[in-house]
Design a protein around this ligand. Sequence first.
Ligand SMILES: O=C(CO)[C@H](O)[C@H](O)COP(=O)(O)O
Length: 233
Amino acid sequence: MTKSGNGNPKENAGYKAAEYVRDGMIVGLGTGSTVAFTMDRLAERIKGGLRITGVPTSIQTAMKARERGIPLASLDDVSQIDLTIDGADQIDPSLMLIKGRGAAQVRERCVADASKRLIIVADSSKLCDQLSGPVPVEVIPFALGHVTRKLEQMGGVVVVRDGVKKDGPVLSDNGNIILDYHSGPIKDPQALESEINNIPGVVGCGIMAEFSDIMTVIVGENDDCRILGIKEE
Ligand SMILES: O=C(CO)[C@H](O)[C@H](O)COP(=O)(O)O
């Protein structure tokens, strides 16, 4: 456990992750409210002389980074990312994840895949014994009906995600539709990830089962953080 103690688990996790960022690093910037705390801390450190380049995983994160004065590059501009800090919606004991409540899982996967190391920041409500979904699935609009039928044939329930601030479906930053696939408890996350991602018309789902070997999870509690996975800084 590491003491920080401000009573906000997401803030504790987000702030702790910023300590792993070193001068000169290219840093993948994930999406969500927990990573926003990391960006707050990075902005403070940049004012104190830290030099980094951020690679944002969403338009929302790019906007937040610019507001905070964090220099940015696109994924096209970098050959490798030193460290990515991102959030998650569910984390199982083998550090397999479900991501994508922010509809950013496709870009998040690209940035994670380009990274030497991945830090996941979350509060303890995200830890679970078994992943259970819903699994966000980004689908090209042309294939909406096809993908929906395929997922239903796999036995789950498909819900087109509605916009909170707009009428109609949520569109991802890539202009695609987001479905939430309610699968129930997921016995084999890797198998389900492959099965969903192999449906023609699917751009990417939110199960991320393949990053545990480069991953550290920082779990924020009220007064401290727990570190799971790779420990060295
Ligand atoms: O996967 C994500 C966005 O696509 C987020 O990282 C995830 O939803 C966690 O968000 P928060 O930190 O706000 O709980």
